[in-house]
Write a protein that binds this ligand. Structure first.
Ligand code: ZN
Ligand code: FE
Length: 258
């Protein structure tokens, strides 16, 4: 879940937590968009100097909702070459997990950015998906993340390659399984043009075949999105054979019944 510090979400962490309690959740995690080394990299993440405020806001939510377990995390952009920066971030606060996400297939194109939708028209979808999954595979292999975020994000606007992408998925998931990381079932996809949870049922089945653990996320950018469509995420997980999810405490994984 996100916070207003990323400049495209609203509601305080405490308001998200209140919504989680009302929805019957016992544990949630904040994973707002991490700062880049350069604050002018883009305009949809917190500034580096706000990182302490972010942690304080999450700690305030913990004090306001003492019976709810609230994890402190980040959604961290993976770009090749950023590894040392991500390690520096990791050392700054007692994080429970890092979600590794790929949004950028180059230094200048974040493929999910609605203001850059026209870029898709200039590209071959399969080439974009290939670069995206290559980077996602590197993210899984990097050892920097506990969870890989929204694994098939390129489908966001409903633009799919004509080619069969199974090879991209299996190469990625084999790396995920070797690295011992989890993937998230992210319901935000249902709120986008693709109208489908990230990742697709095919990818969730392939992940289950390889023993890859899952987490559930709503990717909430507003309090009313907390736990949105979790029934669908549970159904997807179960249909792929999952009976467990996992949680992270100070970057250590523990399996829990679904
Ligand atoms: Zn966001
Ligand atoms: Fe993301």
């Amino acid at each position: 879940m996100h916070t207003p510090l990323c400049r495209h979400a609203r509601g305080t962490p405490s308001e998200y937590a209140a919504r989680a309690v009302a929805a019957g959740l016992t544990e949630i995690g904040f994973s707002d968009h991490s700062p880049m080394r350069r604050d002018d990299f883009d305009d949809w993440r917190m500034y580096f100097h706000q990182l302490g405020q972010y942690v304080a806001d999450v700690e305030q939510a913990r004090r306001d909702h003492p019976h709810l377990t609230i994890r402190l995390a980040l959604e961290v952009d993976y770009l090749p070459g950023q590894e040392s920066w991500i390690r520096e971030l990791a050392a700054l606060h007692p994080w429970d997990y890092f979600i590794g996400s790929v949004h950028y297939v180059s230094d200048s194109w974040d493929i999910d950015n609605p203001y850059k939708l026209s870029e898709w028209k200039k590209r071959d979808p399969f080439a974009v998906w290939s670069v995206y999954f290559e980077r996602l595979t590197q993210a899984a292999e990097s050892g920097l993340f506990e969870i890989i975020g929204h694994a098939d994000l390129p489908k966001k606007f409903g633009i799919y390659p004509r080619e069969d992408c199974t090879g991209l998925f299996t190469r990625f998931l084999d790396a995920v399984a070797r690295a011992g990381v989890a993937i998230e079932l992210n319901t935000a996809g249902l709120r986008k043009d693709c109208r489908e949870i990230y990742p697709s049922p095919q990818i969730v089945r392939l992940a289950h075949d390889r023993g890859v653990p899952i987490t559930l996320g709503s990717d909430a950018h507003a309090p009313e999105e907390v736990a949105l469509n979790f029934a669908e995420a549970l159904a997807l997980a179960r249909s792929a054979g999952y009976d467990r999810t996992c949680r992270f405490t100070r970057r250590v994984r523990e399996m829990v019944p679904l």
